[in-house]
Write a protein that binds this ligand. Structure first.
Ligand code: HEC
Length: 151
C-alpha cells in the first residue's frame, strides 16, 4: 500500500513538473467528463500519459498513434503488428479494464498462451502511470469512441 502511495505521489510530482514545462505550448485537450475506470481524468494525468506514451509506446504504436504500416496483416513470424491507438484502430472497442490488463500483463494476460510482440508493462510502469497513458489515448478519441465503453 505504501509503495503504491509513493508511486502515486511520484507520478503526481512528475506530472506537475511536466504541466509547468508544457504550459505554453502543446497543451493537451481533456474532453469534458472524460473518465477512466470510473474516475475523472485530470489534465495532469493526460500530460504525464503523453510523455509515457512517447517514451514507451510510440516506437511501435507510432508517434501519432498511427500504428505500424499494414497493421491488420500478420507478420511472417505469425505475430500481429502494433495496431493504431487512434480512432482508426480497435483499441477503443475495449473496456478501460481490459486495456489496463493488456498493458500491464501483455495480451497473454487476457489470452493465455498467445504470442505477441506487445510487452507487459507491469514491471516498468506503476498502476498510476498505466492509468495516465491509457487516459491519454482515450483523450484523443472523438466522442463516439470515447463513450463506447465507460469502464
Ligand atoms: C515492442 C512493440 C510495442 C510496444 C513498445 C508497445 N506495444 Fe502495444 N502492442 C504491440 C503489438 C504488436 C500489439 C498487437 C498485439 C497482438 O495482437 O499480438 C499491441 C497491442 C496493444 C494493445 C491492444 C490493442 C487492441 O486493440 O487490442 C494495447 C492497449 C497496447 N498495445 C498498449 C500499449 C501501450 C499503452 C504501450 C506503451 C506503454 C505499448 N502498447 C507499447 C506492440 C507494442
Amino acid at each position: 500500500m505504501q509503495t503504491k502511495l509513493v508511486a502515486l505521489a511520484g507520478a503526481g510530482v512528475i506530472a506537475m513538473v511536466t504541466v509547468a514545462s508544457l504550459a505554453q505550448n502543446n497543451r493537451p485537450q481533456v474532453p469534458e467528463g472524460l473518465m477512466f475506470l470510473g474516475e475523472p481524468v485530470t489534465e495532469a494525468q493526460v500530460v504525464l500519459g503523453q510523455n509515457i506514451y512517447a517514451d514507451n509506446c510510440a516506437a511501435c504504436h507510432g508517434a501519432d498513434l498511427e500504428g505500424q504500416p499494414d497493421w491488420q496483416r500478420r507478420l511472417d513470424n505469425g505475430r500481429m503488428p502494433a495496431p493504431p491507438h487512434d480512432e482508426s484502430g480497435h483499441t477503443w472497442h475495449h473496456s478501460d479494464r481490459n486495456l489496463f490488463i493488456v498493458t500491464r500483463g501483455g495480451v497473454e494476460a487476457v489470452v493465455p498462451g498467445y504470442e505477441s510482440d506487445m510487452p507487459a508493462f507491469g514491471e516498468t510502469l506503476s498502476d498510476a502511470e498505466l492509468v495516465a497513458v491509457l487516459s491519454y489515448l482515450k483523450s484523443t478519441w472523438p466522442e463516439r469512441q470515447r463513450r463506447s465503453k465507460q469502464k
